[in-house]
Design a protein around this ligand. Structure first.
Ligand SMILES: Cc1cc2nc3c(=O)[nH]c(=O)nc-3n(C[C@H](O)[C@H](O)[C@H](O)COP(=O)(O)O)c2cc1C
Length: 152
């Protein structure tokens, strides 16, 4: 199963890498559990037309994002939004997973919710900061079930 993600300070990268390790372990116990192919998008990534379905994982950075003001403008992660908007990539996006920090109250994981709205895909899950092992296991199981239902 494929994941595209962006990470500014490393939390989302850590979450995805640890979920990949968990997927490998589950796959070795039972090959029905899919391994994860992950691709990190950077500001200087070349936009490419994807050929297979994918999930998108995006952390939240908002201008004025302090949980009190009504900041809702995405900053720093636009490269992933642009990548998904490139050619027909959005049609291959199965859903979005958001990273954030609950201290930001209603703005928690707002960027992922905005992607879901823009690309008309489901907001599938959220995790805080680097994600704990419970979040990694639960989200992996959710995504694998979704993948098996919609792709394999
Ligand atoms: C300047 C700044 C603004 C942020 N704004 C939000 C926010 O509006 N909502 C939220 O849930 N998290 C917010 N966060 C928390 C980040 O989304 C969180 O730390 C995330 O794990 C960062 O992922 P990354 O390390 O992969 O870049 C903000 C963090 C920073 C540094």
């Amino acid at each position: 199963m494929n994941i595209l993600y962006i990470s500014i300070s490393g939390n989302t990268r850590s979450f995805v890498t640890r979920m990949q390790d968990f997927a490998k372990q589950k796959h070795s116990e039972n090959p029905d559990f899919p391994i994860i192919h992950a691709k990190e998008i950077h500001d200087n990534s070349l936009e490419q037309a994807e050929t297979e379905p994918f999930f998108a994982v995006v952390p939240t950075y908002l201008e004025g994002g302090n949980g009190i003001d009504s900041g809702d403008k995405e900053i720093l992660t636009e490269a992933l939004r642009d990548y998904i908007a490139f050619e027909d990539n959005a049609t291959l996006c199965l859903g979005v997973i958001g990273g954030g920090n609950k201290n930001f109250n209603y703005q928690y994981c707002l960027t992922a919710k905005q992607y879901a709205e823009q690309f008309q895909v489901p907001f599938l899950a959220d995790f805080e900061l680097r994600g704990n092992s419970n979040e990694i296991e639960t989200i992996y199981v959710t995504l694998s079930k979704y993948w098996q239902k919609h792709v394999s």
